[in-house]
Design a protein around this ligand. Structure first.
Ligand SMILES: Cc1ncc(COP(=O)(O)O)c(C=O)c1O
Length: 390
């Protein structure tokens, strides 16, 4: 099962690659959904040889499945990696990657303001298992090569969550190589359309595919892309034993999402640019957090997720309640526009989250601009902002 063999080679642009028709000789331009848990064998010999690893055949969907393989193949090509492995959520991708490489006594250097549940994974599961975790500012990762000395993994997001601070990936990757540190980055914000971390020397790229890759807010999924060696380590250890494998139908939806990823990202970017330009000139706005294209090497564009820090004159509750086209909710990257005030994240029950730990101001609102008409969205937002002023 392969996506079009004529397109999958070098030279094709990403939009062409993602839109390439699927090809298996049947004429179908989209892959079938192999909605099966297991694959049977013709003979004892075929069964035994497959179990022994001397023969390649799908065995069980927790490990491999042809529909899932098409998605993995497309993601590997999109990120410029050798291989990919897909998971049932972004968190399954993150935890399965970390547990494949970490052992008690290891240290992880993690970027500050990391995604809240990744932070909880570090604090509530990895730390009690004997993994030390230290948190560092983006600028420290860039400017202090020795920060990574003695580390096993550098866990990065560029940009990071909520504050959306981007980092120079080539610089950090070079520091990591000095100390033999494995670099892992969450590339969910930029997507392969705007950033390819592997090309800058990062070892492992992962995504919450629930965001832009799906694009339709109807799938929870994750994916990891890297070299054959690193994906092999995950495939042999944490993929089968944690069992957080993607399901075939979800893989099929993700393949459909990837077809339009390039076009959607361009539309999100255009609307984000319009919002950022107008908000930056608004007297009630202190800052708009969103890394500009080329603000760090290799960042080619801007997605639709930004965080606005308002002056105290803005009543956040009134603002979000006044909005008509923006839904209130977690997550982002779908067709629909969404807002999430930092006050809501700061109020989250349970274990401390990263917004609380890194003291994100309560005057912020995270905005995900969707695929609606940009001027309709702006009119709605500007009206609600005006109404929320003292
Ligand atoms: C940056 C980032 N990474 C990872 C995740 C986790 O992904 P999932 O919800 O698919 O498990 C999220 C979810 O919001 C996220 O924002």
């Amino acid at each position: 099962m392969k996506i079009d063999k004529h397109i999958s080679g070098e030279g094709a642009s990403l939009a062409t690659l993602l839109a390439a028709a699927y090809e298996d000789g049947s004429g179908s331009i989209t892959p079938p959904i192999y909605q099966t848990s297991l694959f049977s064998f013709d003979s004892f010999q075929a069964f035994e040889e497959t179990m022994a690893g001397r023969r390649q055949q799908d065995l069980y969907t927790r490990v491999t499945n042809p529909t899932i393989h098409v998605f993995e193949d497309m993601m590997a090509k999109a990120e410029g990696g050798e291989e990919a492995v897909a998971f049932s959520s972004g968190m399954a991708a993150i935890s399965s990657t970390l547990f494949a490489f970490l052992r008690p006594g290891d240290r992880v250097a993690c970027v500050e303001n990391v995604y809240p549940d990744a932070y909880r994974l570090f604090e509530k599961i990895l730390r009690p298992f004997g993994v030390e975790v230290t948190y560092h500012a983006v600028s420290d990762f860039e400017d202090k090569p020795d920060l990574l000395k003695g580390c096993r993994i550098a866990y990065l997001e560029s940009p990071n969550s909520m504050l959306l601070q981007a980092m120079d990936l080539a610089k950090v990757a070079a520091h990591a190589r000095l100390h033999d540190v494995v670099t892992v980055i969450d590339n969910s914000w930029a997507t392969p359309v705007f950033q390819n971390p592997l090309a800058h020397g990062i070892d492992i790229v992962l995504h919450s595919a629930s965001k832009y890759i799906s694009g339709h807010s109807d799938v929870v999924a994750g994916v990891v892309v890297s070299s054959h060696d690193k994906i092999k380590a995950i495939r042999e250890l944490t993929l089968p034993l944690f069992g957080g494998k993607l399901a075939p139908f979800e893989a099929w939806l993700l393949i459909r999402g990837l077809r339009s990823l390039h076009a959607r990202m361009k539309q999100h970017e255009a609307t984000a640019n319009l919002f950022i330009e107008r908000l930056s000139a608004h007297p009630a706005v202190k800052t708009v957090c969103s890394p500009a294209p080329n603000s760090v090497p290799g960042l080619r564009g801007r997605s639709g997720l930004m965080t606005i820090d308002f002056s105290p004159s803005v009543g956040i509750e009134g603002l979000v309640d006044e909005l008509k086209y923006f839904k209130l909710g977690v997550s982002w990257g779908g067709f629909e526009s969404l807002v999430m005030p930092s006050k809501v994240g700061l109020a989250q029950k349970g274990e401390q989250n990263s917004l609380q730990r890194f003291e994100v101001p309560d005057t912020m609102v995270r905005v995900s601009v969707g695929l609606e008409d940009a001027e309709d969205l702006w009119r709605d937002f500007a009206t609600a902002l005006q109404a929320s002023l003292d």
